[in-house]
Design a protein around this ligand. Structure first.
Ligand code: FBP
Length: 319
């Protein structure tokens, strides 16, 4: 039974990358404790509400963002952060070597129903001179030195990769540390399970409608096998399921968006999850391109996402 710090000491050669991963994951343990208290902590209100003391109540995604922001900016290894909850990048006052992009609480609408949420992170080397600028973050996902997520479910799990496979850790709540529970996770190339928000079906491209119709037709259609459907409404939960038992996850562009860009964020969702999927032997594409090859044009850029079992991603794109 190896703890996260033992794993990092033996498997991650850079001491500064070990440090940035420890700061990130330690803060996620604190976010996990805040989530476990639920309504008892008085933090489930909408941002902007006031509590009985007249203090402003904050939504958990704002709280999580502030926790990660202050912990990371205090670390000498961090040059700057970018967050889904911040309009602009936030430079640190250090000459640290890493840029961290994160979604502090993915799937935050699930909080109100006590369902799965998670923190997603993506780590890059600083490339420019100081102080860091947004341009420094605009690197393709293949440049990530590490990526992962912490899933706040029945147990709290850390899943990450530094480019040498995907490893899963489970939080030992009594000890307050992550313990390695699965090494070198692999995703089967074939699957019979898909995840997509079917309520958007009429807005998809004709090709996407045809693909999903063929999945739903099951044994009676051209695919000749039945498919099951699951939708957690938090990408972190859907990707975790795929890493555990396979599948395909799709968030296509749709005609509600004139830019045909999709809903999910390249830097906080698609890139880190794309790295994990590729490291586990799966694939991650938009409807046309490998996600990790995309040259970002802004930190909040949105993309269409098709990721999971390699052969099923190929099949989807062939439509
Ligand atoms: P948030 O980070 O704002 O919660 O949004 C992202 C996301 O929740 C993804 O995690 C998830 O896959 C998707 O939106 C769910 O979208 P929909 O509302 O279509 O179910």
């Amino acid at each position: 039974m190896r703890s996260l710090s033992q794993f990092l000491a033996s498997d991650v050669s850079s001491a500064s990358l070990q440090e940035v991963l420890l700061v990130t994951t330690q803060t996620c343990i604190e976010i996990s404790s805040a989530l476990k208290k639920g309504s008892l902590a008085g933090i489930l209100g909408m941002a902007g509400n006031e509590n009985v003391q007249g203090e402003e109540q904050k939504k958990l995604d704002v709280i999580s963002n502030n926790m990660l922001k202050s912990a990371l900016l205090a670390s000498p290894t961090v040059r700057a952060i970018a967050s889904e909850e911040e309009d602009d990048i936030v430079p640190a006052s250090t000459d640290g070597e890493y840029l961290i992009a994160f979604d502090p609480l993915d799937g935050s609408s699930n909080i109100d129903i006590n369902s799965m949420v998670g923190t997603i992170f993506s780590i890059y080397h600083q490339v420019g001179s100081e102080p860091a600028t947004e341009a420094d973050f605009l690197q393709p996902g293949k440049n990530q030195v590490a990526a992962g997520y912490v899933l706040y479910g029945p147990s709290t799990m850390l899943v990450f990769s530094t480019g040498h496979g995907v490893h899963m850790f489970t939080l030992d709540v009594e000890q307050g540390e992550f313990i390695l529970t699965r090494e070198n996770v692999k995703v089967d190339t074939e699957t019979q399970e898909f995840a997509i928000n079917m309520s958007n079906q009429r807005f998809w491209s004709e090709a996407m409608q045809n693909y999903v119709n063929d999945l739903v037709a099951g044994k009676d259609g051209s695919r000749g096998k039945n498919f099951n459907m699951r939708w957690v409404a938090a990408m972190v939960g859907d990707v975790h399921r795929i890493l555990c038992r396979g599948g395909i996850f799709i968030y296509p562009w749709d005609s509600k968006d004139p830019n045909k860009a999709g809903k999910l964020r390249l830097m906080y969702e698609a890139n880190p999850m794309g790295m994990l999927l590729e490291q586990a032997g799966g694939k991650a594409f938009t409807h046309t391109d490998r996600i990790l090859d995309i040259q970002p044009d802004g930190i909040h850029q949105r993309v269409a996402v098709v990721l999971g079992a390699a052969n099923e991603v190929d099949k989807c794109l062939s439509y």
